[in-house]
Design a protein around this ligand. Structure first.
Ligand SMILES: C[S@@+](CC[C@H](N)C(=O)[O-])C[C@H]1O[C@@H](n2cnc3c(N)ncnc32)[C@H](O)[C@@H]1O
Length: 295
């Protein structure tokens, strides 16, 4: 075999390999992950460098929140029960058909996923889910709204923190919301109402019917325009002491831009950036301030 034949055979082999690789989107996925992870690491280092601790905080409201809630290290019994459910879900290899809503997951856009994969890729990590629990305990909201239920891990944490409050959670994928409902039953949670449907279609009615939510957790579509749209929709139904929580505010450039617009919005009087989540307050007694707090 002469050199030219060897080279063309090599090229054909490489093309076949590349096609197979590209078919499964592995190459794109590999570059995306690498790029994203490196960027996130840099952003995280910047956050650690800029973030304040309790020794730097002068606002009594933020100081109290930090001491009594954000940094509360107590091991609540509910943590164990919900984390046991998470463990079971992570072992569950049953596959279900899901609807893909876009930027909801970093890992895969496949429409059939195992329950284990869904839990691993979408449920809020223990540290932040438990922070949601403490935030609910601390602010004692009566009407809670969550955009993005998935398997119901964060909903369960919030509902357990305030058994007398009502939590409405919205999930677009039918099969996913059915499992979440089953999970709430297993955990004996009775104060959650699951609404199944696309936020774009049902959020307006949920807001109209219930009015005045005092705690809203935005954890659905992690893209700029939808996030800003849902933020604007919810703004009309907030009370002066309502708290908005946004997930993954540094997850992508789009979310970074959305977070910047949200915190600079006229009605927002204070923001707290904890890197993986951001807190928004509207209380009139605050002079506008943005905190970056180490967590
Ligand atoms: C990150 S997961 C939620 C995780 C959950 N809050 C937790 O921490 O346990 C986001 C969920 O929102 C749903 N979702 C995304 N975009 C949606 C949309 N436009 N309408 C309805 N549901 C949507 C997805 O199906 C997914 O289950």
């Amino acid at each position: 075999m002469d050199l030219n034949t060897k080279i063309s055979k090599g090229i054909i082999k490489y093309q076949r390999f590349y096609k197979r690789f590209a078919k499964y989107n592995l190459l794109n996925f590999y570059y995306f992950c690498r790029m994203n992870k490196i960027k996130i690491i840099f952003k995280f280092l910047k956050y650690r460098f800029k973030s304040q601790t309790k020794f730097d905080i002068h606002s009594p409201f933020v100081y109290e929140l930090l001491i009594k809630c954000i940094n509360d290290k107590k091991k609540y019994l509910d943590y164990i029960v919900i984390e046991n459910l998470r463990k079971d879900l992570l072992k569950n290899k049953k596959t279900i058909e899901i609807q893909d809503f876009g930027a909801g997951s970093l890992i895969s856009s496949s429409k059939t996923r195992t329950i284990s994969e869904i839990t691993l890729n979408s449920a809020k990590q223990k540290k932040y889910a438990q922070l949601l629990f403490r935030l609910i305990k601390y602010f004692q909201p009566q009407n809670i709204l969550e955009l993005g239920t998935s398997m119901g891990i964060s909903s369960a944490y919030m509902a357990k923190a305030a058994p007398n409050a009502q939590l409405i959670t919205i999930e677009g994928s039918n099969n996913i919301s059915e499992i979440a409902i089953e999970n709430f039953r297993e955990l004996n949670i009775e104060n959650i109402i699951v609404k199944t449907g696309n936020f774009d279609n049902i959020l307006k009615d949920v807001l109209k019917e219930n009015r005045n939510f005092d705690f809203i957790f935005f954890d659905g579509n992690h893209r700029k325009e939808p996030t800003l749209k849902y933020f604007q929709q919810c703004l009309s139904y907030k009370k002066p002491d309502t708290v908005f929580i946004f997930d993954d505010i540094h997850w992508s450039e789009e979310m970074e831009e959305a977070w910047a617009e949200i915190k600079n919005s006229e009605q927002v009087s204070m923001s707290i950036d904890l890197f993986f989540i951001g807190l928004i307050f509207f209380r009139k007694e605050f002079t506008k301030q943005h905190f970056i707090i180490r967590f």
